[in-house]
Design a binder for this molecule. Structure first.
Ligand SMILES: [Fe+2]
Length: 143
């Protein structure tokens, strides 16, 4: 349980910085739109990082703390310091969000198996958030 929650926490920490890197490096005719959307995404992920770490502490788990640990644990691949177009950004974001949704669903199933209503309820918001973001990314014609 703790390992999976630390996995999710580490993935979110790396995704946060990745979204901010895309926010800086996107270069496209749709810059203003994409730049703003990426900020909305990383602000949301930042709030989730705090929620995950605090619910772990409520359950006596130890959230990882160092960037070194987060990076070693995360399965999210970092973004490069290089200009990138909007379609390429959203393709990558879609892939990451699908992975994060799968992770949240797994956390939900594990929590439910243990009748842990707090952890189960906490994950609901993440599932809803990523499901909606994925739907919207697909609406924008990302394959
Ligand atoms: Fe900014």
């Amino acid at each position: 349980m703790e390992k999976l929650w630390n996995q999710f926490l580490s993935d979110l920490v790396v995704e946060y910085h990745k979204l901010q890197t895309f926010h800086w490096y996107v270069k496209d005719v749709t810059f203003f739109q994409t730049h703003a959307k990426l900020e909305e995404y990383y602000d949301g992920v930042n709030a989730q990082i705090d929620e995950v770490a605090e619910v772990m502490l409520m359950r006596g788990m130890k959230p990882k703390a160092t960037l070194k640990d987060f990076l070693a644990t995360s399965k999210i691949k970092e973004a490069k310091a290089a200009y990138v177009t909007t379609p390429a950004v959203f393709k990558e974001v879609l892939k990451d969000f699908e992975y994060l949704l799968d992770s949240a669903v797994t956390l939900k199933a594990k929590a439910d198996a243990k009748n842990d209503y707090l952890l189960s309820a906490k994950v609901d918001g993440f599932i809803e958030n990523y499901s909606k973001a994925i739907w919207m990314l697909k609406q924008s014609n990302v394959k």
